[in-house]
Structures are given as C-alpha cells and as structure tokens.
Design a protein around this ligand. Structure first.
Ligand code: SAH
Length: 266
C-alpha cells in the first residue's frame, strides 16, 4: 500500500517539485541580481562620501596635527586621529565641516573640541595600553573614541542627559566597546571605578575638583582646563604622593564645568 502510493505519486510529485523549484530558483536568482545591482548602485555614492571623509581625515592629520607649527608626534595619537570617523560624532548638517580646524556645535549649547585640542590633550596625557582613564565631559563621545584604541578602559561622565545617551549609543554603534558612559556630575568623579591612571577634563572648572585628585592613582596624570571663559589655562598635573605637580601647557577656551541645576562649579 505504502509502496503503491509512493510509486503512483512520486513521479508526479517529482515533476511538479522540479519545475516549481526551478521557477522559484529563477525568480530568486533574478531578484538576487536585481537587489545586488540596487545595493551596488546605492553603495557607490555612500562609498564615495566615505572616501571623501577619509581623505579629509588624512589632510586633517597632516595639515593640522603633524605640521611643524602644531607638532603632534605621538604615533598612537596620530593613528587614532587618522582612524576615528569624527564626522559620525557631528550633527548631520555640519558633517562636511567635521575635519575643519575648529570646534563645532553638538546641540544643548555644547561643542565638540577642535581636532588639534583633542590630539594635544591626548598626547599630553601619555596614554598607555593598560591604563584606565576617566573623562569628564563626554559631549559627542569623540574624545572617548580617540582614547578607546589607546588605553584599556575609558569611563566618561556627561552632565547633559540627552548628550550622554546619544554619545553612549553612537559609541556602541561604532564598536567602541571599552568605553562606559554615565550621566551625572563629573565634579564628583566615578568613585566606584577609581583609582584612574589618567583623568581628562574637557570642560573648565575654576579650580581643580578635589574628588578627581583623590581618584587619581599615585603617579597618575590629569589634563584639565581651569579658569573663566576668556582666561583659561590647560594644566597637566601629576600626582606624587600628597603633592600635585602642575604645569601650564596651553591657553584654551572650553565650555564651563556646570554643576547640577546648571550652575558653574563653585
Ligand atoms: N569631550 C567632548 C567635548 C566636550 S564639551 C567631545 O569629544 O565631544 C564639554 C562637555 O562637558 C559638555 O558636553 C558639557 O555638557 C559637559 N559638562 C559640563 N559640566 C559638566 C559636569 N559637571 N560633569 C560632566 N560633564 C560636564
């Protein structure tokens, strides 16, 4: 019985099966071809734009960073600046200016720092592969992305919640997996993750926050702008036991460090 049914039905089934399958295959193949042509024609302009950004990035490194009048020489820093897609951290309408020699607005009255300032601060911080680094002022997340490839872990704090959320999702989307972002007041640091080998502050208080000094390990480095808007100095600090060595390295202009409630740091 079973044999008969199989014999009776199987040729028919096979024929229908085959011709059905080949029609499906033909349609499938032409759809695949059509989609791959569409994908190629859509991918071409995207690739061209990405190539333009890559070319702008290369120019930025040679003209704004390596140039003798700027003098960035740290190979890891130059490599990071040549690799991290800065345009991905800049609002869409401003992307064409992402590699220009100045800061840009990122919303909420904040800015992404000038490429040179990012490179300069990172170089002065002297990042090492085993370092755990704290950043105050995540902003766009760009500085954290630059540090990501140079150190073991980056902890970054941002006081404007939508900026913290956006930076966190951009960093995850772009694959910077060793960066943790926290929404909060960076003046207090990140005590649970302390001590840090290095601390980078990208907003300006009018004095060096004591909690940050306490969360720096002995021998650790901190780079921090201090002062009022039109009279700020970037300081490189080194903790030596109870002492804090202090070197003034560059006049700068950062947004002020604010405190909860929007007030500048006391
Ligand atoms: N490093 C950023 C640029 C920082 S702009 C980048 O790569 O894009 C300075 C940032 O510091 C702003 O986003 C501002 O909201 C933030 N900020 C100001 N006061 C702060 C505080 N007390 N704690 C944490 N972040 C603060």
């Amino acid at each position: 019985m079973f044999e008969r049914i199989r014999r009776t039905h199987s040729p028919q089934a096979t024929r229908v099966g085959w011709s059905g399958q080949s029609r499906v295959l033909r349609v499938g193949r032409s759809l695949a071809l059509w989609f791959s042509l569409l994908a190629t024609s859509l991918a071409a302009p995207v690739r061209a734009v990405e190539d333009e950004y890559a070319a702008a990035r290369t120019r930025m490194v040679s003209e704004q960073l390596r140039a003798h009048w700027r003098g960035i020489t740290h190979p890891g820093v130059l490599q990071a600046m040549a690799t991290v897609p800065r345009h991905e951290f800049v609002p869409l309408p401003l992307r064409r200016y992402a590699y220009d020699d100045h800061p840009l607005p990122i919303g909420h009255a904040q800015t992404i720092s000038q490429p040179y300032v990012v490179a300069f601060m990172t170089e002065k911080l002297d990042p090492k592969p085993a370092d755990r680094v704290l950043e105050i002022g995540t902003g766009s997340g760009y500085q954290a992305a630059i540090l990501s490839g140079l150190v073991k872990e980056v902890f970054s704090i941002e006081i404007v919640e939508p900026l913290a959320r956006r930076a966190e999702s951009d960093l995850a989307r772009l694959g910077y997996r060793n960066v943790r972002v926290r929404y909060g007041d960076g003046y207090q640091g990140w005590p649970e993750a302390a001590p840090f080998d290095a601390i980078i502050v990208t907003c300006a208080p009018d004095h060096v926050p004591q909690p940050l000094v306490e969360q720096l390990r002995d021998g650790g480095r901190m780079i921090i702008p201090v002062g009022e808007l039109d009279d700020q100095q970037l300081f490189l600090l080194r903790k030596r036991g109870a002492k804090l060595e202090r070197e003034s390295v560059l006049p700068v202009r950062f947004v002020p460090m604010t405190r909860p409630g929007g007030k500048p740091a006391p």
